[in-house]
Write a new protein. Structure first.
Length: 138
C-alpha cells in the first residue's frame, strides 16, 4: 500500500479590506515604517520596510482549537504538531443553507476521531457561490 501523504494548502491571501466573516472587521494591511521614513532613524545607506497587519484572529483560513469554544480547553499553542499534520482527512459537503450553524446530522455516521475534517459549504455569508471551506480537527 502506498502511504505517501501530500499537503494541500487551502489558505488564501490576506489582503487589506478582505471580508471573511460578516460582522467581523476586515484586516488592515499597511506600512508601519516605509523605507523613506526609516532613513531618518538609521545610519546613511540603511533602510527597512516594516509592514503592519491588523486583524481579528478568525480571519482567513485558520486552525481552530478546543479553546475557541470551551474556556478551559487547549488553545493552539498547546496542540502537538503531530496532531495537526499528516492526518487522514475527511471532506464533508453541506447543501447550501442560510442558517449560521450546521447541524450534528451532517456528521452522523462518520468516523472523525483523529482526522482532519474539511467542511465544504460552497457559500459565503453574503450568499455568493465560492469555494470557501472550514477545517476542523476532531
Amino acid at each position: 500500500m502506498n502511504s505517501t501523504k501530500r499537503f494541500v494548502d487551502v489558505s488564501h491571501t490576506i489582503e487589506d479590506g478582505l471580508i471573511t466573516y460578516r460582522g467581523l472587521p476586515a484586516p488592515v494591511v499597511c506600512d508601519y515604517l516605509t523605507r523613506e521614513e526609516s532613513r531618518q532613524h538609521y545610519n546613511e545607506g540603511t533602510e527597512f520596510h516594516i509592514g503592519k497587519i491588523e486583524m481579528v484572529a478568525n480571519t482567513g483560513t485558520y486552525l481552530d482549537s478546543p479553546f475557541h469554544r470551551y474556556e478551559d480547553e487547549r488553545d493552539v499553542s498547546e496542540l502537538e504538531l503531530s496532531s495537526l499534520a499528516c492526518l487522514d482527512g475527511v471532506v464533508v459537503t453541506s447543501a447550501h443553507t442560510f442558517e449560521r450553524a450546521l447541524g450534528r446530522a451532517l456528521f452522523d455516521g462518520l468516523e472523525l476521531k483523529g482526522k482532519a475534517v474539511l467542511v465544504h459549504t460552497g457559500w459565503t455569508f453574503t450568499g455568493r457561490r465560492t469555494n470557501i471551506s472550514t477545517g476542523i480537527l476532531f
